[in-house]
Write a protein that binds this ligand. Structure first.
Ligand code: F3S
Length: 395
């Protein structure tokens, strides 16, 4: 990979050991994947934030970087942490876990990273421009940025995203290069999609089939919302490794794609029903957790309307970013949800928080991504249904 004089100087240690290490990491990555050069990035989103995921070695690594003067060069956000960073004790997160999580957040803050922990940075103040190069980690956010916003990002690992934040650059390969963004499959959807969870079910099924390739959807309903698209992308990135998709009439660059000679896959009601069967344990949930990817204000408004004047028999959480929670507070949605016995839990989610240590065994969710990860990451049995049905399960 070609390096400018300035980049070579960094690699030779002239800007200190931290940047030298970061440049070494990115130049190796660039060489492995055949990048021609480094390109500037407009923003970064770093994964590997929860103490549950990175443990003591990760915490010490971040504290070491911060103490050595590492400071980010571009707007940098974080993935969900392992707990609500303000109300962790009220929600019931263990105190020893909270102590470690707060150490991690302090290290990020020292590095100049915005401690807005969310998988929907685009709803919380980090919105890339059309075709802007960025370096994001969280797979559902990567999918949304590439597909719905038409920005350009690979699915970064935690360390490579951090390196991009500290250098303000990333190697030019993969989905940064336009030739690598052509679709591999046309997905003809004739199944009737009616409920919010149908998009997660569709995404989960297609992710399994196409793996890391690029699907082009036809036949998604005209009323499809951005929330539906975020659920679709998240599920494909979890059951497969889809980082970019197109949806005819819905995503900005779909009409520019050539689809004549590529393989077609059809999706009928049968595949959607089979997905619900595959993801459901059939047991009653101990808890319902919505907001994967993190709930938008519209999602929260909808949940509040379902809980208005009701009393829940079991816990219900709505996971979201701090920014959305503040707006929900102002609108009275938080109060409505709390009066019914539910909670808006900010900064974290059902997968990266220690719900198994809090005694939960069966979790209800409306997300194909959460349904994929809850059994492995949190030892949960899953109830995968739409929002209305899940609310009924705990009333
Ligand atoms: Fe976000 Fe957690 Fe789902 S990171 S996409 S809410 S598994």
């Amino acid at each position: 990979m070609y390096l400018t004089k300035e980049e070579e100087n960094i690699l030779n240690g002239e800007k200190g050991p931290v940047l030298e290490r970061m440049m070494r990491l990115l130049s190796r990555l660039g060489d492995i994947y055949g990048a021609d050069k480094m390109i500037p990035v407009g923003s970064v989103q770093v994964a590997g934030v929860s103490y549950k995921s990175i443990g003591d070695p990760g915490t010490e690594f971040l504290e070491d970087l911060a103490s050595k003067g590492a400071r980010v060069k571009v707007l940098t956000f974080l993935n969900p942490a392992g707990m609500d960073l303000e109300d962790w004790d009220i929600v019931g997160f263990p105190a020893d876990f909270a102590g470690e999580q707060l150490r991690i957040m302090n290290a990020f803050k020292t590095m100049g990273i915005i401690v807005t922990s969310t998988c929907t940075p685009y709803l919380a103040g980090n919105l890339p421009r059309f075709r802007e190069h960025i370096a994001w980690s969280e797979s559902s956010a990567v999918s949304f940025a590439n597909s719905v916003l038409s920005a350009r990002t690979n699915r970064e690992g935690g360390p490579s995203a951090l390196a991009a934040a500290l250098l303000g650059k990333t190697p030019n390969y993969g989905l940064h290069v336009d030739e690598n963004r052509a679709p591999h499959f046309v997905i003809d959807v004739s199944a009737r999609l009616e409920k919010d969870s149908d998009f997660g079910a569709l995404g989960w099924h297609i992710g399994k089939v196409v793996k890391d390739k690029i699907p082009y959807y036809r036949g998604l309903p005209e009323w499809t919302t951005t929330d539906n698209l975020k659920a679709l992308g998240a599920a494909m990135a979890a059951s497969g490794a889809v980082a970019l998709y197109y949806a005819e009439g819905l995503t900005p660059e779909a009409h520019l794609q050539k689809t004549e000679n590529i393989e077609k896959i059809s999706v009928t009601e049968k595949e959607i029903e089979e997905t619900y069967d595959a993801l459901n344990s059939g047991e009653p949930p101990d808890i319902v957790i919505l907001g994967c990817p993190h709930a938008s204000l519209k999602d929260i408004q909808h949940i509040a309307s379902l809980l208005e004047g009701k009393a829940l028999k079991k816990p219900l959480w709505v996971c979201t970013s701090r920014v959305m929670k503040e707006a929900a507070n102002r609108m009275g949605y938080t109060e409505t949800i709390e009066k019914a016995g539910g909670r808006i839990v900010a900064d974290t989610c059902m997968v990266v928080s220690p719900i198994e240590a809090m005694g939960y065994k069966v979790t209800g969710c409306n997300s194909g991504k959460a349904a994929q990860y809850l059994p492995g990451f949190c030892k949960q049995k899953v109830v995968f249904k739409d929002t209305e049905s899940l609310v009924k399960e705990v009333l």
